[in-house]
Design a protein around this ligand. Sequence first.
Ligand SMILES: [Zn+2]
Ligand SMILES: [Zn+2]
Length: 299
Amino acid sequence: MPTEEADTDDEEPTLPPTEAFRLLSDGTRLQTLQGLVELTDAAGYGSDPVSFSALHAQVDTDDSAHFNYHLQELRDRFVEHTGDGYRARYPARKVVRAIRAGTFTERAALADEPIDGSCPQCGDADLRVSYADEKLHVRCAACETGLTSNDFPPGGFAERSLDDVLFAFDRLVRHRVSFATDGVCPECTARMDGHVTTDIPPEWGYEALPAFDCVRCDFSVLPSFGMLLLDHPDVVAFHRNRGEDLREPPFWELALCVSDRYTTIESREPWRVTVRVPGEEGELVASVEGADVVDVLAE
Ligand SMILES: [Zn+2]
Ligand SMILES: [Zn+2]
């Protein structure tokens, strides 16, 4: 029996979420974390730790014993005390960034605003965007097709025109798919596993989709088979040689990304799918096994 190790097993390496939120459920503590991160950011990379008095000046309390009590509560998990001052630990910076992004507090809304661009399904220029429940939705009002619906933090609206918001949304969704196909969770960086799912809302109109699930935080990314190809070097080169840039139109204007028009299911056990990538002359044919692109060939 390794008795020495039994002692370390009694230690609690992970703070339970309820305890982490209890530690943060106080205005003075949140002001302390925000002040600490602000002072550290302002001082720049490699700066000295923040002194007690400088940190106290960031907080709306003159009572230094009261401030010190809350500061001590934050120590270890959120704040590191190093000899002559304090530093924000990674969880503190994450909390402050989430507050700045408005993830917990802001409620942006947008109802069926007309936007530029045309529908890849019917060709009409009657696209609408709405924002509700922290998701941005793009649909075509002419053929009533939902083109995309994805998480977008409310802070993404800050100091941006609607056109800029749409650009940011396009890039965010593309990057999420890139991360997922590389096996990295865009929310928590843990491993993501890819598979094929048929558990899809019927109104989406897809029989099967690649799905990537995080093993740690349960975040999932559900792109179309076509979206798996946007970053593929052969697909990028195929378009570049024709003077086209797949990054130019937003992904919801590309039929490759928001329909299964070019997708053929070849087998279900195991899942094998081919995706045609159309061009002016000729096309590419991609073979996808499970959620992995295994081959791209010119036809
Ligand atoms: Zn349409
Ligand atoms: Zn995750």
